[in-house]
Ligand binder design. Sequence first.
Ligand code: ACM
Length: 509
Amino acid sequence: MVPRPTTLSVHPGRFRMDRTTRLRITPGAEGAADLLRSYLTPTTGLPLDHADDGSFVLALVPALTGLGEEGYGLTVGSRGVLLRAARPTGLLRGVQTVRQLLPQASAPGRRAVEVDLPGVEITDVPAQRWRGMLLDVARHFQPVSYLYRFVDLLALHKLNVFHLHLTDDQGWRMPVSAYPRLTEIGGRRARSMVGPAGSGCFDDRPHGGAYSREELAGLVAHAAARGVTVVPEIGVPGHVRSALAAHPELGNRPEEPLDVWTQWGVCPNVLGVGDHVLDFFRTVLDEVMDLFPSPYVHIGGDECPTDEWETSPAALARSAREGLAGPRDLHGWFLGRVAEHVVRAGRRPVAWAEDGAALPPECTVMSWRTPRHAWAAARRGHDVVHADHRSTYFDYARGDGVHEPPAQPGHVLDLRAVHGLDLAPPPEEPHLAPRVLGVQGQLWTEFVTTPAHIEYLTYPRLCALAERAWGRTDDWRDFSSRLTGHRARLAALGVPHDTLPDRAAHAPV
Ligand code: ACM
């Protein structure tokens, strides 16, 4: 099993599920029962109907202590199964464990008349509260049907956050009814750079796509049914070239038209700092918060060159009027105004850590450049999520073999390095530990166009991340031996965890 349960003992015997097996479901456990059936019935053909004397019990027991929001207990004996949790989300985690206890051949299309669950006693409580995975659908768009599968694979590994990177220089995927040009114009680029930033080569093929509100609402519901929160990211004040292409009035030089960016790297064009820009993004965020119930809303904040502000009379005037030391400080100022709006709506803003910008105190900080940023933020009182690129950026190659497809240059991130990620505060500052919400993997998609390629880069590295985020041990040998069996499960689910099926699989769609 991956991730490894907190405590597990294996008992002799097994529970045989067949056509006569019924589920006993206490009030509040219906969602978990539906999820269990959604996995088991198509793969086994077993109906698993409800019955008051059913031998497979799913019980929500609010009085249970020590399990928190997501913990659960699972007992499998020869006469029955008891899955218990204090909260509905705990039952959903337990369902994923039942799924992993099933024979690996239980993939859709394989019908069985009976299925054995091994006798076990499990108590399982996650170590980290934030166990996330980012998918960048801005650089390369993916249809919502694929996002459903992506989320289900996160749930299999007991991750609880799907960070959806919806906007960037190269594409705007979030529908905003007040500003339809954001997706109409900002959702399509004329061509894409081939190779790393600055390569100067292009594919000369348009690329585009955007979601509808209905599609995103459906995704949110699908994720919620699996105990996964979709955290939307609308990045400001940099990484906004697609918005500037649609609405030049948001920029620092509205008279100079810009296209949706076709290159990779850090774009020099950023938002202007007029009141109309803030009002625009307040409206955008209102629509985002209307669609995504997530308590957290990511507002970006990374890689914002300040060159445009340094020569813009409007930005210099704003900087002076706000009493800032100079236009560079507009970065933190801008994020502060946006964060304020998110807080007023009762949500929590999240932002990427950067050296220069002092993030508003209410921001949760996602630290990506160096763990030093995480600890500096924690010292200032921020909650932090570890997203250090050296251990969590899955757009780096998995290895240095010649067969590896083109990847983000500069680093190779093998499975062991992901498993070795370090979430602990400096030894002399143990008091910072409670500030750590958890850890998150990132898949940026400059070089990734297809679902097969996404999964090849994500698996099995995400398994290692999940192991460290859910569990409390860093025993590599134990993890690798469990991963062998788990790989068979991934294979049965059609996840290309080992090789990318063919070169065509990562050609542009
Ligand atoms: C980032 O990689 N720019 C967060």
